[in-house]
Write a protein that binds this ligand. Structure first.
Ligand SMILES: [Ca+2]
Ligand SMILES: [Ca+2]
Length: 149
């Protein structure tokens, strides 16, 4: 993917940037136009604020409770299932979500919200999320077993 992304998001990993670009590249041109970029910028500001406000203990990470509130404030009303799946998919082993993880998670949700009118796509998204979560859980279990040996 040829991307023209001149702006440096300090602290974001390549993966995060790639996901953000893929999400915001609405016209699929492979790069962000001005409008697309401005939308992304707005979103990031909202997410950044939500993260800051709801990281109540200033740990630099969100626990599941904080995550839920942060997502709520960003306009995502999620049921327990989805919240848990997100936590599993994006959180670390201690069940904490870093800022990068939170942005990845928000990008994913934002993509999903564009599908609200399409139940099939929503279901697809949900299945994908669940599959990813399970995969991750299995990986971690394998790693743990290896460590125990
Ligand atoms: Ca574009
Ligand atoms: Ca916290």
């Amino acid at each position: 993917m040829a991307t023209v992304f001149e702006f440096n998001f300090e602290g974001f990993t390549k993966d995060v940037c790639r996901s953000m670009i893929a999400m915001m590249d609405v016209d699929r041109s492979g790069k962000l136009g001005l409008q697309e970029f401005l939308q992304l910028w707005t979103d990031i500001r909202v997410w950044k604020n939500a993260f800051r406000i709801y990281d109540k203990d200033n740990s630099g990470e969100l626990c599941s409770f904080e995550l839920r509130q942060a997502l709520n404030s960003a306009g995502y009303r999620l049921n327990n299932h989805v919240c848990n799946a997100l936590m599993l998919r994006y959180g670390d082993r201690q069940g904490k979500i870093s800022f990068d993880d939170f942005i990845m998670c928000s990008v994913k949700l934002k993509t999903m919200m564009g599908m609200e009118d399409d139940p099939d796509k929503m279901q697809e998204f949900y299945d994908e999320l669940m599959a990813e979560s399970e995969e991750r859980l299995m990986q971690e279990e394998e790693e743990q077993e290896e460590q125990e040996e």
